[in-house]
Write a protein that binds this ligand. Structure first.
Ligand SMILES: Cc1cc2nc3c(=O)[nH]c(=O)nc-3n(C[C@H](O)[C@H](O)[C@H](O)COP(=O)(O)OP(=O)(O)OC[C@H]3O[C@@H](n4cnc5c(N)ncnc54)[C@H](O)[C@@H]3O)c2cc1C
Length: 418
């Protein structure tokens, strides 16, 4: 190493991606400096999975990449280098067992994100990675097309390799405030349009406010716009005072926010009846009404959706929910069946990055080598984690990507040599 350099590698940002990169590079014999702007490392990691840390999932690499959509294949080498099983084995080697209670999502058996963070911190300490907290990197130094170091306001550190692991823009109080995009742009890197993703959504319709007590299992959401008809998601949905939340909403928000910016509002159609179609609903209600002719419409509809939702849907169809099913008009019945099959809601807003678990968009993948995570513009500059233009749904996708890309970046271009 050139004597003018302080370290062989400097990593900016101590989230899951940066920590994994630090451990990997240090194990490979490099001197490593890990710089973190918050007082402690791994703040976001500690908050993941509601404090339980959904570490990864059990999908094959193919299925995993497909769920990321448009840019998924960029992850091929990173996932070859560190598959979900490799990640679990890595944590086992640090004394952390993991399991998958639903056969899909993987958690530490403690169901405590602290277990993961502590294991990484201990390993970083054991290996002798230099860690400096409350050091916010504000400058990247380069010599024509080679990286040479970083500036932190008061002190500069020099190195022939720098990994940018600064995260996205979501939950800015946990450190990620978009610094990486600005830093990379000073060296010519482009950032794609950025949108908040994975957060609750606000709807124009407010009737859901009286249905807040119930979780609706297996709700299906689709977008009622010609160009987005194929997009849909299924999972638990919860109504809020202002709109909708729950796993299916978090997952689908990343499809909705770009459309919201374009159109101002996004019409949704939601199936709250576990996927039943109009004909199935009609038959179900007919049988109900034949067997219990004196029961109210609301009671019959409550066999398909929670009572509060049944009341509201009757109200939307101008049906007196206390009347007998047989007494309502054919048109009213058709309307009720239609709204049960596809309930319309209109997304009109959200709380932005403040409540977004993920950022959609990031540093353009066109300028990053997928086999190394190195910049195609600046030698010695690498990227890992959420700062890049990749975002996955809920279910351990984003941490797996952060760890796998951190692992690959930590090889500093030598993965295929190892
Ligand atoms: C509440 C919440 C729950 C989540 N739960 C899950 C889950 O269960 N499973 C899952 O897969 N994903 C989950 N995610 C998403 C996942 O946490 C992130 O995608 C992932 O942690 C990103 O890792 P990262 O290392 O790229 O970025 P981060 O973890 O954001 O780390 C970036 C680090 O860089 C530091 N930094 C930024 N700028 C600078 C600078 N200029 N100088 C120095 N340091 C800097 C930041 O302070 C931060 O510590 C969740 C996200 C949130 C917000």
């Amino acid at each position: 190493m050139n004597k003018a350099y302080n370290y062989h590698l400097i990593i900016i940002g101590a989230g899951g991606a940066g920590m994994m990169a630090a451990i990997t590079a240090k194990k490979r014999g490099h001197s490593v400096l890990l710089l973190e702007k918050l007082p402690k490392i791994g703040a976001k990691l500690k908050a993941t999975g509601g404090g339980k840390c959904n570490l990864t999932n059990t999908l094959s690499a193919e299925a995993f990449m497909a769920d990321f959509g448009r840019n998924g294949r960029f992850m091929t080498t990173a996932l070859q280098a560190l598959s979900h099983q490799d990640l679990r084995d890595f944590f086992t080697s640090l004394g952390v067992e993991s399991h998958s209670p639903d056969g899909f999502r993987v958690f530490p058996t403690t169901h405590n994100a602290n277990t993961i963070l502590t294991a990484l911190e201990n390993e970083i300490r054991r290996l002798g990675v230099d860690v400096l907290c409350e050091k916010s990197v504000d400058t990247l130094y380069h010599d024509s097309s080679e990286i040479t170091g970083v500036g932190t306001g008061d002190i500069d550190y020099f190195s022939p390799n720098v990994i940018l692991a600064t995260g996205g823009l979501g939950y800015p109080k946990l450190g990620a405030e978009g610094d990486g995009y600005k830093l990379a742009s000073t060296l010519g890197h482009k950032t794609t349009a950025l949108f908040p993703a994975m957060m609750p959504l606000k709807t124009k319709e407010k009737w859901g406010a009286s249905c807040r007590a119930d979780t609706i299992a297996k709700a299906t959401i689709r977008i009622d716009l010609p160009k987005a008809k194929k997009l849909k998601a299924q999972g638990d949905l919860i109504f809020t005072k202002e709109g909708i939340r729950g796993p299916v909403v978090l997952d689908f928000a990343r499809e909705i926010t770009p459309l919201l910016e374009k159109y101002g509002e996004v019409p949704l159609l939601i199936n709250l009846t576990k996927g039943m179609n109009e004909e199935e609903i009609r038959q179900h209600l007919k049988v109900q009404a034949t067997n219990n002719p004196d029961l109210s419409v609301a009671k019959h509809v409550s066999t398909l959706v929670p009572t509060t939702v049944a009341q509201e849907l009757c109200h939307l169809c101008d049906i007196d929910s206390s009347s007998a099913y047989s007494t309502i008009s054919g048109i009213a019945r058709d309307n009720l069946i239609k709204i049960l099959a596809w309930t319309p809601l209109t997304v009109i807003g959200h709380d932005g990055f403040k409540m977004a678990m993920i950022t959609r968009g990031g540093i353009s993948l066109k300028e990053i080598n997928p086999n190394t995570m190195e910049s195609k513009l600046i030698k010695g500059l690498y990227f890992c984690g959420e700062v890049m233009d990749l975002d996955g749904p809920c279910g351990g996708y984003n941490l797996q990507w952060s760890f796998a890309s951190g692992y690959l970046a930590g090889h500093l271009g030598a993965y295929h040599d190892s």
